[in-house]
Design a binder for this molecule. Structure first.
Ligand SMILES: NC(=O)c1ccc[n+]([C@@H]2O[C@H](COP(=O)([O-])OP(=O)(O)OC[C@H]3O[C@@H](n4cnc5c(N)ncnc54)[C@H](O)[C@@H]3O)[C@@H](O)[C@H]2O)c1
Length: 282
């Protein structure tokens, strides 16, 4: 029998996780708070499948079957028979804790409860439940169908069994996992990108080099696919400022102290591609 996955949040990440899982044969229930959000999520999945079919990377029949394996609902009770639940709602700790509190009451006793958070310590989410040993981080990357990595995060009380089940799930949907053994804010990936963006923004702010040259240095010097300032514009300067501030607050490590220019850009609304202006004009 196909294994069951529940995804909470049908936004960019939740719908991507639902898509790759259904394609890998999981029965998926996708839950959001409104029918509009669910329609947007499932519509995005259908459109993405169509692109893969058009490029000859997926059979039309396989896409149809995968799409049929995804059901949508606004009812959280639908998690009751899931083997694994992946939460992918807004990056707000109160919202996530509220959801995990509810999942604790509704999910099967042996279900894995996973969060796709990019920076919140898993232990802070897990402590909203009576079973923190079953809670783990499964940090997928955007766009989920294209990006190979899943960063698995062990909370303070995550059991070996839960980590192994999370790895089995991520690998079953075609991802390669890295394990974060200690639940530090920002894990490995968000810490690395934050440190790089903060230093790049400081170099830019102090006039050491232009945004273009900083990015070219990283691309041609280190083989990065994209420079840090272009990455900040793509991700959103606001999102990176928020992540960096969280890591700085938790770690008190000066290298994560966001430079003033990032704060002023956010104050001014110059948050990157979303607004048309960031480190670059778009
Ligand atoms: N966007 C990225 O590049 C990226 C990458 C890795 C990780 N993440 C993390 O993934 C998570 C989701 O990010 P996203 O970009 O998909 O966000 P998003 O804004 O695209 O989607 C969030 C969705 O959650 C829904 N939601 C809110 N409260 C809910 C609830 N109580 N029950 C069910 N659904 C609810 C919203 O309606 C929305 O559809 C965040 O924790 C984020 O930090 C994001």
């Amino acid at each position: 029998m196909a294994k069951k996955l529940a995804v909470i949040g049908a936004g960019l990440m939740g719908s991507g996780i639902a898509q790759v899982s259904a394609q890998a044969g999981w029965d998926v229930v996708l839950r959001d708070v409104t029918d509009e959000a669910l329609a947007r999520g499932k519509g995005g999945i259908a459109a993405s499948f169509e692109k893969f079919v058009a490029k000859g990377k997926l059979e039309a029949g396989a896409a149809e079957q995968a799409l049929a394996r995804i059901t949508t609902t606004t009812d959280l009770d639908a998690v009751a028979d899931a083997d694994i639940v992946v939460e992918a709602v807004f990056e707000k700790i109160e919202v996530k804790r509220e959801i995990f509190q509810a999942l604790d009451k509704l999910a099967k006793e042996d279900a894995v409860l996973a969060s796709n958070t990019s920076a919140i310590p898993i232990t802070k989410i897990a402590s909203a439940t009576s079973r923190p040993e079953r809670v783990v981080g499964t940090h997928f990357f955007s766009p989920v169908p294209m990006m190979q990595l899943c960063e698995l995060v062990r909370g303070y009380k995550t059991s070996d069994e839960t980590l192994a089940a999370a790895r089995e799930f991520a690998e079953s949907v075609g991802k390669t996992c890295v394990v974060v053994n200690r639940d530090v804010a920002g894990f490995v990936t968000t810490r690395l990108i934050s440190a790089l963006v903060v230093e790049a923004a400081k170099l830019y702010e102090s006039g050491v080099a232009s945004a273009e040259d900083i990015d070219i240095a990283c691309k041609l010097g280190f083989g990065h696919a994209m420079g840090p300032l272009a990455t900040a514009d793509l991700t959103g300067v606001d999102i990176l400022l928020h992540a960096t501030e969280n890591i700085y607050t938790e770690s008190q490590d000066e290298k994560f102290a966001p430079p003033e220019i990032m704060r002023r850009m956010v104050d001014a609304g110059d948050i990157g591609r979303k607004s048309g202006q960031g480190f670059y004009a778009h």
